[in-house]
Design a protein around this ligand. Sequence first.
Ligand SMILES: [Zn+2]
Length: 166
Amino acid sequence: VRGPVCNQDLRTGKLCPVCAAKLKAGIITELDYELMKAVNRLANRKFLISTEIVRAFELDNMAMVFAKGNVGMLIGKQGKNIKELEKALGKKVRVIELGKPPKEVIEQVLGRAKVVAVNRLFKPEGEELKALVEEKAKKRIAASKQKTEEILSKVLKIPVEIGFSQ
Ligand SMILES: [Zn+2]
């Protein structure tokens, strides 16, 4: 499985100078490393050849795992792999499929909240996405809104702002 930490490090059990530098610079986090170690211990990891783990972030005490390619294989039959990963990480795991339209990615991150629209804004400092989320989700999202925006901006590679529709 491809991911934010190279395979060699999973074999040797320690980070190579390149990955260690990325960790130090904050390009990857301990959670990325812990997740990759846990994925490497999955019983069916050999089927993950066409799955790529892009990043993992902690949000609301959950590990949000952003993946590409064969994401279903990462989830496993009836979420079997997710359960194993949750046990290893000691927290809930949500797998989010990247490579889908931003609206779908944002909805997956927000959980049950409906995204009404995603608009591309052109500002002097560059493009950004403005996601309009249904008003009734406002209270639930409020506390983690900023963190959610930061995570979405990183994985979608464009600044993301969350607003609420009337
Ligand atoms: Zn490495």
